[in-house]
Design a protein around this ligand. Structure first.
Ligand code: NAD
Length: 365
């Protein structure tokens, strides 16, 4: 079995799907790995590192299994032979047409976003590994954009109080942002609509902000709020947000638009020089004034909504993602290293997005 590792072509994408350490492990299991020249350069892995690990340099799209970070473009899909296995972030919730194109091309496409979040799949959970990286970088970004120190400092010129950081949405990214801001010395507070995360927030040294709105959904996720709950939450947050120097927002609802948590009114009430780091830019943003992918200054508050923070931490983001893919590959290969798709396996069945029929409204389009 040949495993292909293409160079990512999405603008700004620096990650690579398989890193040299894992190439070595796969080659030791009798697999061949074909890397596109330069595939790892964005993540600071050289072609020589891949060669030394046992990879060949060549055309990755002709392999039996192709590993990517971002979804392939139309010209890349054309290069995939029927029966090829493709694994990557394929955005099945929003890229229905792309998935349909892969299905038509006879490709077995596995979207890492669709790996179920069950205990057995934890080591394959690429959403979590990349969210951790994003949360860490979000805290650093808040620290960098704030015109203040994060830690309390006692100097000959006076004592500086610690900055206060509020994190809205305490999932994987939010908890990592809280932990990182705490390590930098900030006073941290966390909020979520799922009350069960209160203990996790406290476990990373933060105070739990209780606004009296709970919205547990299925599978450990939050559900959409009703209009009434949303209004109540926005009002309470508007009152709370002005107490903080930095607000990091990470709230998401699976497949839906990100909830608006920080209104324009709330931003206006923040102190000059405050910062909002909005990690939900890709799904519209958690701040009413967010411009996805941009940094703006409104009412003297810096609002920044980076779209791909994991790419900015490309070495470790790639290492963790690559590990997730190797674990997932373990489910798709038999003991002799041959491809064997066990469609009865819950993880294989859920992640294989080309096996499912398109939703009815997609067909109607
Ligand atoms: P996510 O990215 O979908 O959302 C981020 C956070 O935003 C969530 O904690 C969510 O509750 C919160 N949120 C949504 N709407 C909100 C609103 N209106 N106001 C405030 N907060 C809001 O979530 P995620 O980080 O990918 O994961 C969420 C949870 O899934 C985890 O905390 C965990 O419980 C579960 N999970 C389980 C596993 C596993 O068992 N293998 C792995 C990862 C995550």
């Amino acid at each position: 079995v040949r495993i292909g590792v293409p160079a990512e072509t999405a603008p700004g994408e620096r990650r690579v799907a398989l890193v040299p350490t894992h190439v070595e492990q796969l080659v030791a299991r009798g697999l061949r790995v074909i890397c596109e020249p330069g595939a790892g350069l964005g993540a600071w892995y050289r072609d020589d590192d891949y060669r030394a690990a046992g990879a060949e340099l060549g055309e990755p799209w002709a392999a039996d299994i192709v590993l990517t970070v971002t979804p392939p473009g139309p010209s890349q899909v054309e290069r995939l032979a029927p029966g090829t296995v493709l694994i990557g972030f394929l955005a099945p919730a929003t890229q229905g047409e792309q998935i349909q194109a892969l299905r038509k091309a006879g490709v077995h496409a596995f979207a890492v976003e669709a790996v179920p979040r069950i205990s057995r799949a934890q080591s394959m959970d690429a959403l979590s590994s990349q969210a951790s990286v994003a949360g860490y970088r979000a805290a650093l970004l808040a620290a960098e954009k704030l015109p203040r120190f994060l830690p309390m400092l006692t100097t000959a010129a006076g004592t500086v109080p610690p900055a206060s950081v509020l994190v809205l949405g305490a999932g994987v990214a939010g908890l990592q942002a809280l932990a990182t801001a705490k390590r930098l010395g900030a006073r941290t507070t966390g909020y979520d609509v799922r009350p069960e995360v209160a203990d996790q927030v406290r476990s990373v040294g933060a105070t739990w902000l209780d606004l009296g709105v709970t919205a547990e959904g299925e599978g450990g996720y939050a559900r959409d709020l009703t209009a009434e709950e949303r209004a109540s939450q926005q009002q309470r947050l508007t009152d709370a947000v002005s107490d903080y120097d930095a607000v990091i927002t990470t709230a998401a609802v699976p497949g839906g638009r990100a909830p608006t948590l920080v209104t324009a009114e709330a931003v206006r009430a923040m102190r000059p020089g405050s910062v909002v780091v909005d990690l939900a830019g890709e799904s519209g943003g958690n701040c009413e004034l967010t411009v996805p992918g941009e940094e703006t200054v409104v009412h003297d508050v810096t609002i920044t909504a980076p779209l791909n923070l994991p790419s900015e931490c490309a070495v470790h983001a790639s290492d963790l993602y690559s590990r997730n893919l190797v674990e997932l590959l373990g489910l798709l290969l038999d003991d002799e290293g041959r491809l064997s798709l066990d469609t009865d396996d819950e993880i294989v069945a859920s992640a294989r997005v080309t096996a499912k029929e398109p939703a009815r409204d997609e067909e109607d389009d």
